[in-house]
Design a protein. Structure first.
Length: 398
């Protein structure tokens, strides 16, 4: 082979190799996708097996819960972004509010017209040029200005339209209620004020369990992670999360009546039992003016679970909010928080600091935490008794 041919061969094989490398590079994402899918599939399979062995006795074979035992996980109220009945009920309320405004304005209109007729006859009877007549004249003009603001035919037309819309909305709502949707409830993650992802919620529930659910279920949700004293490894917890997330497509097409057990809202049941109107502490309360001691720790424990506090705070070390764990709360407040000047200049007792942390969470941010993560509106939800109960419960964590 002469030099020229060798060079040509060299160039040809170089080009060939580059083409091959290019081809492999182009196909790499596809290969990765196939690989990821296989991995995902295997994770679901392993999750299914773990589920079968550990979870069916309480949550049912198909994840639809067991009545009176544990809630459905294969549950539209878990996966859907909104409860359709609540959405429709809110729309219905907007329409009936509008209806009321229109009806009120029509009522006011007819009253004005009647009053005007009355004034007119007084006006006609009054002596010409009298002061009374001039007075009546100006009252009539004022009424006329109000009467002109309303076009009764148009308002009546709008009312008729609204009545049709309201009837349609009501029928829509009735159909949803017949499928078991409860307009008074919100989807699960909103009911427990969880701001994170579904996966994180599952992970944190699975890791630590829900010890406090023993207060409102026959048996509590156990802790599963080895780090929390349970039987499962971290990768097994992940497989279970993947498995439950895989219910999504099916669950989103279900109605509440298709599952055997919905979530409980122990806080509501507890509150429903309390006689009299609820007087909440309010958002602007100064906690140093409140009597904060003497609460009932067991009631506080139920509230702590029901309001989703436990979901964020009862995580094992290393988990998302491990900087403010339930464990050690009282000691931490006593020995660390209250020794910081910015806190001790405002609050002198652990109860005050705890109350402020719950009602005004953004006022002081625990080191490692971020503002706005903890729900900001517990002041609108809790009565003073309930706040005391939660504080009493937290104080059992020395
Ligand atoms: C002894 C019965 C029992 C067993 C076994 C059990 N659970 Fe639970 N689980 C419950 C109860 C009860 C609740 C409801 C807790 C509550 O309302 O706070 C629950 C709640 C949950 C939740 C949270 C639901 C929510 O939206 O708050 C998840 C997720 C869950 N369980 C998954 C599992 C998985 C996965 C397994 C198996 C590894 C399992 N559970 C085994 C009883 C059980
Ligand atoms: C969505 C997650 C989330 C929920 C739900 C939640 N918290 Fe918090 N909480 C946080 C975060 C994040 C912090 C730290 C940031 C801060 O100080 O505001 C915090 C801080 C606290 C602190 C101060 C802890 C310390 O060491 O200084 C207390 C006490 C507290 N929360 C109690 C509660 C109670 C009681 C509830 C339920 C009524 C609740 N939290 C619900 C996330 C949450």
């Amino acid at each position: 082979m002469n030099i020229q041919n060798k060079i040509l061969l060299g160039i040809a094989s170089f080009v060939g190799i580059m083409l091959l490398v290019g081809w492999v590079a182009i196909n790499e994402p596809a290969r990765m996708a196939v690989f990821t899918e296989q991995w995902h599939g295997r994770s679901i399979e392993r999750g299914a097996e773990l589920y079968l062995n550990n979870c069916t006795t309480c949550h049912g074979l198909d994840g639809k819960g067991l009545a009176g035992v544990a809630p459905a996980l294969n549950n539209p109220m878990f996966f859907l972004a909104d409860n359709p009945a609540k959405v429709v009920a809110d729309e219905l309320k907007a329409l009936t509010d509008q209806q009321k405004v229109l009806q009120d304005s029509l009522t006011a209109y007819s009253e004005n017209v009647a009053q005007r007729a009355d004034l007119q006859s007084q006006f006609d009877a009054a002596a010409e040029g009298s002061e009374e007549r001039a007075n009546l004249q100006s009252q009539i003009e004022a009424l006329d200005a109000q009467i002109r603001l309303v076009d009764p035919t148009q308002a009546q037309g709008q009312l008729d339209d609204l009545s049709t819309q309201i009837a349609e909305k009501q029928a829509e709502l009735d159909a949803l209620v017949a499928e078991g949707w409860d307009p008074a409830r919100d989807v699960r993650l909103r009911e427990v004020s969880w701001n994170g992802s579904h996966e994180d919620y599952l992970r944190s529930t699975l890791i630590g369990g829900r010890p406090t659910s023993k207060f409102y279920w026959p048996a509590p949700m156990p802790a599963w992670a080895q780090s929390a004293g349970g039987p499962l490894r971290d990768d097994e917890i992940e497989n279970l999360v993947t498995y439950i997330m895989n219910y999504r497509a099916e669950a989103e097409g279900l109605a509440p009546l298709d599952v055997n057990q919905q979530y409980k809202r122990p806080v509501d049941e507890a509150l429903a039992g309390s006689a009299g109107p609820r007087e909440v502490i309010g958002m602007d309360v100064d906690v140093t003016t409140l009597e904060l001691t003497g609460g009932d720790a067991e009631k506080g424990s139920q509230l702590y679970a029901a309001l989703g506090c436990a979901g964020c705070h009862t995580a094992p070390s290393g988990a998302a909010y491990s900087f403010a764990p339930t464990a050690g709360t009282f000691t931490r407040v006593q020995d660390i928080r209250l020794r910081q000047p910015e806190i001790s200049e405002k609050y002198t007792t652990p109860e005050q600091y705890l109350a402020a942390s719950i009602v005004h969470p953004n006022e002081y941010i625990a080191p490692g935490g971020s503002p706005g993560v903890m729900p900001q509106n517990f002041g609108e939800a809790l009565t003073i008794e309930e706040l005391r109960d939660i504080i009493a419960y937290l104080e059992t964590y020395q």
